[in-house]
Design a protein around this ligand. Sequence first.
Ligand code: SF4
Length: 167
Amino acid sequence: MKTNGSLCNLDCGYCYYLNKEDSVPGLTTGRMSDELLEEFTRQYIAGQDVDSVLFNWHGGEPALMGLDFYRKAVQLQQKYAGTKRIDNDFQTNGTLLDDEWCEFFKQNNFWVGLSIDGPPHPYNRPRGCPFHPRCPHFMASTCDQRRPSLLSVNANHKVACFLEHGG
Ligand code: SF4
C-alpha cells in the first residue's frame, strides 16, 4: 500500500519511484484519507478468500503518514478482520522512527524492513572517507580529502571516522 504515493524524506539518486507522478498520468502524491483507508481495508480483507491477509506498507516513505495513521489502520483491520489473521509489514528508510514507533511495531507484530545503502562500488570508491557522500556529519576538506584510520573504541569495536580522531 502506497499511502502517500512517491513522497519521501530522502532523495536517493537511484530511486526508481521518486517523482513517479511526473511520468505516470493520473498518479498523484498526497495522504490517503481516513475514509479511503477504511474503505480500502474493508475491501482488501473481504476480497481475499484466505485465512490470513498481509498489509504491506511502503512508499515513498510510509512513516511520513505519522504513527496515528497506522494506529487507525490497525483498528480498522481489527474491525473488518472477522476470523482472518492480519499481518503487517512496513518497508522504511528508518530515518523517522523512534522509540514510540518501535513500541507500536512490537505491540502489533509488524515485520519491519529497513532499506539501507550498501557500500560504494569497489571500483568507484569516493576519495577520502568512502561514506562521505552520504554522511550527515560530513566535514568539507577533511572527509573528502583524507581517509580516517581505524581506531579501537573498545575491545570489540573499531571505527574509522574523523569524529573519533577529533578532526
Ligand atoms: S569520516 Fe566520519 S564524519 Fe567524515 S564522512 Fe566519514 S563517517 Fe562521516
